[in-house]
Write a protein that binds this ligand. Structure first.
Ligand code: PMP
Length: 435
């Protein structure tokens, strides 16, 4: 293997040969249940016949047409499907090729919006610690994971980080979840005032934190307060639903459950279900009109944006989710998964927290349940659990290390939306053995 430069040179990985339903098979014939959807990507599982048929049809018709010359029916159809289902007010879509691109586009749209509307001094980005927004320079700057940023810091735009809403770690004794949510949101107002409200451009957050800390849902009311604070100071709210969006938490857009509408919203991963790389940024009418009445276009672009093959995958995935009422299954199986995790792992002395929404669940491991003391990061417990799970034919997504001074080991579960109760029981059973 010579092409996986991002892997440790010591890592030997199995070779994925084929995929069917919720399983991937390697070169030895061993089968793995894909309980993480890769990285919350494969929402319909592998080899879905409707998606394959749609891709074959599109390939026969035309693989590529540059968006500088043409739009395509399939890209327009996908944009319509996304907007029709989106929270009121998000009525334009910018199609890109992945999650980082979708976050970059949102950041640049925010900046151009303020230039177009005569507020060029607005430049500060506020984001949260224990967050991940991608690996390109803008998205990396927004991410809260210091070790990812450190060596690249001279290249990054200045971003200011506040604490995430992380009840397991931050809620005080005797404090209600609602009060904690308001206290956590207050950090944003404090930061805006510290930086000078008229110079703050945007606040970026994942509604349910994914890849850094294992499916942390916000406290009730947290995001409503965040929305109020953004409105009060004219700051744009960018939600990154690259991982938690597209049905993963039981609603097509995760923010529906928090009862708010962002100004910009980034999606990817489950949008193409792994069948094609694709991402998108949804934007509000207000931002679109500022561009339309100003420069006339968004000063950005990529060669493969609106790619017909990617759009065909997106349309097929969206069609299957609606036709087969898969969000009902996400909610039902999400509840079942949560119940199974509590039943089978809840008594484990090293399982500190079980949390999440829908089929997006996290398990946080601790040395001591009472004190919530984490394991020594040098043990790399999360990576060992991943290995043990792979031995047992189970893919789970591990996260750990020290992020902004906070250590922790987390396991993320994000199985395909087609899982059954029997699959869920097997997943939790194998995870229990691995732990
Ligand atoms: N934002 C979030 C919340 C993510 O989880 C990820 C990927 N893990 C990204 C952005 C970046 O997406 P991509 O890897 O497709 O660039």
């Amino acid at each position: 293997m010579t092409h996986l430069l991002h892997r440790s040179i010591h890592a030997t990985l199995p070779v994925a040969v084929s995929g069917a339903g919720i399983e991937i098979t390697d070169q030895t014939g061993k089968r793995y249940i894909d309980a993480s959807g890769g990285a919350a990507v494969s929402c319909l599982g592998h080899g879905h016949p409707d998606v394959l048929a749609a891709l074959h049809e599109q390939l026969d018709r035309m693989a590529y047409a540059h968006t500088g010359f043409f739009t395509t029916e399939v890209a327009e159809r996908l944009a319509d499907m996304l907007v029709e289902a989106a929270p009121e007010g998000l009525d334009h879509v910018y199609l890109v090729s992945g999650g980082s691109e979708a976050v970059e586009a949102a950041l640049k749209m925010a900046r151009q919006y303020f230039v177009e509307t005569g507020q060029p001094q607005r430049r500060h980005v506020i984001a949260r610690r224990q967050s991940y927004h991608g690996n390109t320079l803008g998205a990396l700057a927004a991410g809260g994971n210091e070790w990812r940023r450190t060596q690249f810091s001279p290249l990054l735009i200045e971003t200011h980080h506040i604490a995430p809403c992380y009840a397991y770690r931050e809620q005080k004794d005797g404090e209600s979840l609602e009060d904690y949510g308001l206290r956590a949101a207050q950090e944003l107002e404090d930061k805006i005032l510290e930086l000078g409200a008229e110079e703050v451009m945007a606040f970026v957050a994942e509604p349910v934190v994914g890849a850094t800390a294992g499916a942390i849902p916000p406290a009730p009311g947290y995001f409503r307060r965040i929305r109020e604070i953004c409105d009060k100071y004219g700051v744009l709210l960018i939600l990154d639903e690259v991982m938690c969006g597209m049905g993963r938490t039981g609603s097509l857009y995760a923010c529906e459950q928090d009862d708010i509408v962002p100004d910009l919203l980034s999606i990817a991963k489950g949008l193409g279900g792994g069948y094609q790389p694709i991402g998108a940024t949804l934007l509000s009418r207000r931002i679109f009109e500022a561009f339309a009445n100003g420069t006339g276009f968004f000063q950005h672009g990529h060669t493969y944006m609106g790619h017909p093959m990617a759009a065909a995958a997106g349309v097929a995935v969206q069609t299957v989710i609606r036709r087969d009422h898969l969000l009902d299954n996400v909610r039902a199986m999400g509840n079942f998964l949560s119940a199974q995790l509590h039943e089978q792992l809840g008594q484990n002395p090293h399982v500190g927290d079980i949390r999440g929404r829908g089929l997006f669940m996290g398990v946080e491991l601790v040395r001591d349940r009472e004190t919530k003391e984490p394991f020594d990061p040098a043990l790399k417990l999360h990576a060992r659990i991943k290995r043990e799970a792979m031995e047992r034919g189970l893919m789970v997504y591990p996260m750990g290390g020290t992020i902004n001074g906070r250590s922790g080991d987390h396991i993320l579960l994000a199985p395909p939306f087609i899982v059954t109760e029997k699959d869920v029981e097997t997943i939790v059973n194998r995870l229990g053995q691995a732990i």
